[in-house]
Design a protein around this ligand. Sequence first.
Ligand SMILES: [Cu+2]
Length: 155
Amino acid sequence: MKKLPLLIILSLVIALVFAPSVGAQQGEGVTVMMEDNYFDQADITVPVGTTVTWVQAGDNPHTSTSYDGLWDSGLIQGGAEGSVSYTFEEPGTYSYFCGPHEDQGMVGSVTVTGGTDAPEQELAETGGPSLAMPAMLLLLAGSGLLGWAVLRRIS
Ligand SMILES: [Cu+2]
């Protein structure tokens, strides 16, 4: 009976290890640096579901501000470790600018490609993730059932 708590811990560890990777398949993250005075890279193309994070990397104050009002970092002072993120769920082209330096050409764009079907097709072609997904869910369900059975036996 002393091994039962170990089994519970093991199933929790398995769940913790695999749960984040299930969520990560939604989309990857891309980082754009806010330099003096330009975005690096200014124009990027990403698949639907990607989260873009703008990070202050300069000595001057900068912003990342959507022309469409979708996101606005507010003024981030130079040297501060400020950032702003936005997740692009719809295809299209999204333009943005830096408040203090728009006149100097500190502007950028994010082109979002693909619909809801495209990412799944790409996954199916690689074979890996589409097969790994059901296996992970089975593993999660199995560890959950195991924990439930153990708890039931104890009480
Ligand atoms: Cu700027």
